[in-house]
Design a protein around this ligand. Structure first.
Ligand code: C2E
Ligand code: MG
Ligand code: MG
Length: 567
């Protein structure tokens, strides 16, 4: 203990203040622990710093001084290669000066009138410790490409501002480049670096006008902690304009998420919110700025809740499968042909939750496989049960997610499921959404081909919602096309929409694919589809998705008075 104190005594501290009383006060506090030297103004301070550059552990610097003020001292110290490693703590009574000092490169600040001695000693010791460590990793304080702070230092400083200057009301802003990997891959790393540099320069320019600090926290992610309020659409426009100027051949889009200041929310959390907002803006070139608001907060809380509750949903049987009929409209009257199994979640507190609320969420983290496996088992069991009860097989289609298709055990699991329930492969149809076909297509096609060889029928779901073109369809291993609802919605009022539907139907016929029209709600839509040669229809016109006991009544009705199932 004594030894370490002796070592510390050799550490040199420079106290700079034009008021003697302040110098004395700090001297009394620090002289026990350190060797202390003094300066009365900025010019003297610079001289002392230059003379003692190798030994000086820290400078405590007043900002308002005659001859040369503290800001100028800071500026010169940070501009001088030989001096910039020396940490500077700013002494200030003026709240807003702290941020300016941090921007100029100060490490910390002590407010006047001075805090209790223990706090000052602790702060000085901490900064010396930090800076001694930092000299070893000095490269890490700034990102060499943009000269913005690196992540750790950025959050260190942001936390300090948060803690010591709560009145500053800082917003968290995250700036991101759309498809940066692709930009890099196509135009080369050097071009990518140039884009980052241009954005970095513009952030520096922005911060010269606005109080704040900034960092490049990830490859193409910039975090900006700046004083509110700002017109972030205007801020975005200036960044986008700079980026547009880089190349006339490459279009680069930025997106921005903002989590406005909120009492008591720490920077790391605040930036989580800003990043979530930024992710929401992903791909939306029309609205590249997203401000985190109450709705997003509620959405995040709900998502968290759903993620937490999924396990108990399975064990406590809160998940249920509903069935929606598909009718064959080639016969008159239309006949029940099959059904689609659709998941429902009866949450004990949140009530009935539609899949739109949680399917995309669970697709994001792979949990959807748990849901899907449950639905497949339920559906297979149900088909077997109805078969036993009514002596006929009503095929049911189930939805497959991307995560399922890339699970190497998928084929064997589905194979077993069919055998375990005493079914045939054609009794369980598989719906794979169109968008899955467009990403990583070759792997997916191989899996789908295997399933099809086993005897499963494959339906391409939501056809027309993604990017696949009609001519791609010819090599797809599919049996049925499920035309997205958006095509059907306006066929009664829009001639163009109806012609498009007809075109899809003609091409499907040419490729020998059957077509299911989704979302059919009116008789008018039904008749138009029928005339255009559509095979099958699913929609509220016939029935909403029903719980199994109600669907069973529908099935019974169709078998007795409806004249049986479609061939
Ligand atoms: P989808 O597979 O395209 O299912 C059709 C959706 O359209 C269902 O919504 C159905 O209720 C709705 N729908 C049917 N007819 C009509 C109509 O006439 N008008 C309107 N406005 N809507 C109609 P739902 O049940 O909310 O499911 C939404 C989506 O969630 C499904 O779209 C599917 O992508 C997904 N999903 C549902 N269940 C599962 C599941 O078990 N696993 C997976 N991976 N996804 C599922
Ligand atoms: Mg579906
Ligand atoms: Mg669909």
């Amino acid at each position: 203990m004594i030894e370490s104190k002796q070592i510390q005594r050799h550490k040199l501290v420079l106290v700079v203040d034009d008021h003697e009383i302040n110098r004395d006060a700090l001297g009394i506090i620090l002289e026990d622990e350190y060797e202390v030297i003094y300066a009365e103004n900025g010019a003297q301070a610079l001289e002392q710093i230059r003379t003692n550059a190798d030994r000086l552990s820290i400078v405590l610097l007043d900002l308002m001084m005659p001859v040369m003020d503290g800001f100028e001292v800071l500026r010169r110290v940070t501009a001088d290669e030989r001096l910039r490693h020396i940490p500077v703590i700013v002494l200030t009574a003026e709240k807003n000066a702290e941020l300016r000092a941090l921007q100029l490169g100060a490490s910390d600040f002590i407010t006047k009138p001075f805090d209790v001695p223990e706090i000052i000693i602790a702060r000085v010791a901490r900064i010396i410790e930090l800076s001694e460590g930092r000299q070893l990793i000095s490269a890490a304080e700034h990102d060499p490409l943009t000269l913005l702070y690196s992540r750790n230092f950025f959050f260190e400083y942001a936390n300090r501002l948060f803690r010591y200057s709560p009145e500053l009301r800082m917003d968290a802003v995250v700036l991101n480049i759309e498809k940066f990997h692709a930009i890099n891959a196509v135009n080369g790393r050097e071009f990518g670096d140039e884009v980052l540099r241009v954005i970095g320069d513009e952030i520096h320019a922005f911060l010269a006008e606005t109080q704040g600090i900034a960092s490049r926290t990830e490859a193409d992610r910039f975090d900006i902690y700046c004083q509110q309020p700002q017109d972030y659409h205007a801020v975005m426009n200036r960044f986008q304009a700079k980026v547009n100027g880089i190349s006339s051949n490459v279009s680069i889009h930025l997106r921005m998420g903002v989590k406005p200041w909120q009492q008591g929310v720490e920077p790391v959390l605040q930036f989580d919110g800003a990043r979530a907002a930024c992710n929401m803006a992903r791909g939306d070139y029309q609205n590249p700025v997203m401000i985190y608001d109450e709705d997003m907060r509620r959405r995040e809380l709900l998502n968290q809740r759903l993620l937490n509750d999924l396990r108990s949903a399975v064990t406590q049987k809160q998940l249920a499968v509903f069935y929606q009929p598909k009718y064959d409209i080639r016969s008159d009257p239309p006949r029940l042909s099959s059904a689609e199994a659709l998941i429902r979640w009866r949450h004990p507190e949140l009530g009935m939750i539609a899949p739109g609320e949680f399917v995309p969420l669970f697709e994001g983290n792979g949990h959807i496989s748990i849901v899907d496996a449950f639905v497949w088992h339920e559906a297979a069991r149900q088909v077997a049960l109805w078969k036993a009860r009514f002596g006929v097989t009503l095929p049911v289609s189930v939805n497959l997610s991307r995560a399922d298709v890339f699970d190497p055990t998928l084929v064997s699991r589905l194979d077993r499921l069919i055998r375990d329930n005493g079914l045939e492969f054609k009794d369980l149809k598989l719906e794979v959404t169109e968008s899955a076909y467009t990403e990583k297509a070759s792997d997916l096609l191989e899996v789908v081909r295997q399933l099809r060889r086993l005897g499963f029928e494959i339906e391409m779901d939501d056809f027309g919602s993604g990017y696949s073109s009609l001519n791609m369809l010819s090599d797809m291993p599919i049996d049925v096309l499920k035309m997205d609802m958006k095509f059907v919605r306006n066929i009664e009022s829009s001639e163009t929409d109806f012609r498009l539907v007809k075109l899809i139907l003609d091409i499907a016929k040419y490729l020998r694919l059957r077509v299911v029209a989704e979302g059919v709600e009116t008789e008018g839509q039904l008749n138009l589809l029928k005339d255009a040669g559509c095979d099958l229809v699913q929609g509220y016109y016939f029935s909403r998705p029903l719980p199994p006991e109600e669907f069973e009544k529908l099935l019974e009705r169709e078998l007795t008075i409806g004249g049986g199932l479609a061939k």
